[in-house]
Structure formats: structure tokens, C-alpha cells
Ligand binder design. Structure first.
Ligand code: CAA
Length: 241
């Protein structure tokens, strides 16, 4: 029977590429989204997948979204915690809302979403939690104390949860993308982005499909021995570990 995958932030950017790939691999796929109705509608129509609305920063929204997916497609076997936002700015100018919004959406979401699915995965003896971190959680980035903190926190979360579930057939891993050609990255001021691309040995931005390939591997049957890992896909920009 086809497995069920839920990808948060799945209607745009990297998340959409992940949905497309998992669907092609035979998963029943649901994409979470928070507000962009037009993108959600296009995603549902073009990819032929379920879309479900909710704010990953709010526990009750996550509970409701996962219940809807379970009712329609079945229990979630693969959770991709992909939804994320930036609120860039120097720390000495950052206000508490810029800080807490990013922590809520990028990190509290790990608890809010994963808590809904982990017990079922343990009971069924199979599961995949795939957390989309970032190069900037590994190396830090000017203007991103909030984002770097959340993305680094994601790595610690994944290691601890991987240990707790290693005997239960549930793997927990992070992917740390570098700069990928999405709206989030192209929103960086042009001159700053030019400088960043100059620091990428491969000489270009990454593509969502390249992240999706790695997600597909981690979500598959052959990846059962990969757990607690952080896989860097960044064109050589930062060579961690
Ligand atoms: N290191 C140290 N200082 C720097 C610097 C750097 N890299 N870049 C600029 N500065 C200095 C400037 O020289 C300037 O100094 P003075 O005031 O003394 O002249 C000061 O910082 C302020 O510079 P700006 O006027 O450019 O500051 P700003 O407030 O307008 O913008 C910023 C700062 C918000 C950090 C902006 O540079 C920016 O958006 N940077 C991009 C951050 C980034 O990479 N975000 C990634 C988004 S994509 C993503 O997150 C996906 C992913 O996972 C990879």
C-alpha cells in the first residue's frame, strides 16, 4: 500500500518540489500551507495532491491538519518539516516579533507537527521525519540570528529524536540546503545575493528538485540505516563535519 507523506510549506518553493517528487515516487501526498490560497489551489490542481491549511506555529492547527490528512489519505508515514520564514535584520536592530515569529514557525513547528505523528509511527514500526534545516544553521549568517538559531535548533532536535526512535523503525534526519532558487532567496537584496553566489564553488543557486531527490532517498525503504544525520546540499559553500 502507498505510504502517506505530509510536507509542510508544500505548495511553493522547495516544499512543492518535494511534493512533486514524492508523488512521482508513488506516495499519497498532502501539502500544508498557511495563507497563499492561489499557490495552494495551483499546487492541488497541477500536482493532483491534497492541500491542507494551517499555521505550523500553532499546535491546534497542526492537530487539525494531521487529522484531516489521516481521515482522507491515512496515517502519516513521512513527515517533511519544511515550512519556514525569514525576518532578516541585524540583531542590534531586531525586535521581539522578528525573533519570535521565526522561532515559532521554524522551530516550534517541529514540536507542533512531529508530536501529532510520532506515536503512530512508533506503533506501526515505520516512519520518516525529515527536517529541512539550512546552511545558515550550520555556519551562521549576518542578519539571521533568529533564523540561524532556529535552523541549528532543528539539528539538535533531530539528533535527540533519532536516538529515541532508532529501535522503532523511525528515522529522523535533517537536510541543510544552501541557497536554493526560491522566492525566499531571490528576496535577498540583489547586491548581497550576488556576493553570496560568488561564494558558492559550484557557481550557481541550487534547485528545489535537488533537495527533493535527497528527501526521496531518506523517505524510501533503503534509508533505514540513516538516522540522526544532517545532509548538506550547498554547492560546496560550507563543508560541515
Ligand atoms: N558582515 C559584517 N558587516 C556587514 C556585512 C557582513 N557580511 N554586510 C554588511 N555589513 C555592514 C555594512 O557594512 C554596514 O556597516 P555600516 O553601518 O558601518 O556602514 C552595516 O552592516 C549595515 O549594512 P546594510 O545597510 O546593508 O544593513 P541592512 O540593515 O540594510 O541589511 C541585512 C542587513 C538584513 C543583513 C541584509 O544585508 C541582508 O538581507 N542580508 C542577507 C541575509 C541572508 O543571507 N539571508 C538569507 C535569506 S535566504 C535563506 O535564509 C534560505 C537559506 O536557508 C539559505
Amino acid at each position: 500500500m502507498a505510504r502517506v507523506a505530509f510536507v509542510t510549506g508544500g505548495t511553493r518553493g522547495i516544499g512543492r518540489a518535494i511534493c512533486q517528487r514524492l508523488k512521482a515516487d508513488g506516495f499519497h501526498v498532502a501539502a500544508g500551507y498557511s495563507g497563499n490560497e492561489a499557490a495552494a489551489e495551483a499546487c492541488a490542481r497541477e500536482l493532483g495532491i491534497m492541500v491542507v491549511k494551517g499555521n505550523v506555529g500553532v499546535f491546534a492547527d497542526c492537530q487539525a491538519a494531521v487529522a484531516k490528512v489521516a481521515a482522507e489519505l491515512g496515517p502519516v508515514d513521512v513527515l517533511v518539516n519544511n515550512a519556514g520564514i525569514t525576518r532578516d535584520g541585524f540583531f542590534h536592530k531586531m525586535d521581539s516579533e522578528q525573533w519570535s515569529e521565526v522561532i515559532r514557525v521554524n522551530m516550534d513547528s517541529l514540536f507542533n507537527m512531529t508530536r501529532q505523528v510520532i506515536e503512530g509511527m512508533r506503533e506501526r514500526g515505520w516512519g520518516r521525519i525529515i527536517n529541512i534545516s539550512s546552511i545558515n544553521g550550520q555556519k551562521g549568517q549576518v542578519g539571521q540570528t533568529n533564523y540561524s538559531a532556529a535552523k541549528a535548533g532543528m539539528i539538535g532536535f533531530s539528533k535527540a529524536l533519532a536516538l529515541e526512535n532508532a529501535r522503532k523503525g523511525v528515522t529522523v534526519n535533517c537536510i541543510a540546503p544552501g541557497y536554493i532558487d526560491t522566492e525566499m532567496v531571490t528576496a535577498v537584496p540583489e547586491e548581497v545575493l550576488k556576493g553570496i553566489i560568488g561564494q558558492i564553488p559550484v557557481g550557481r543557486l541550487g534547485r528545489g528538485e535537488e533537495i527533493a531527490d535527497m528527501v526521496a532517498f531518506l523517505a524510501g525503504e533503503h534509508a533505514g540505516y540513516v538516522t540522526g544525520s544532517t545532509l548538506s546540499l550547498n554547492g560546496g559553500q560550507y563543508m560541515a563535519g
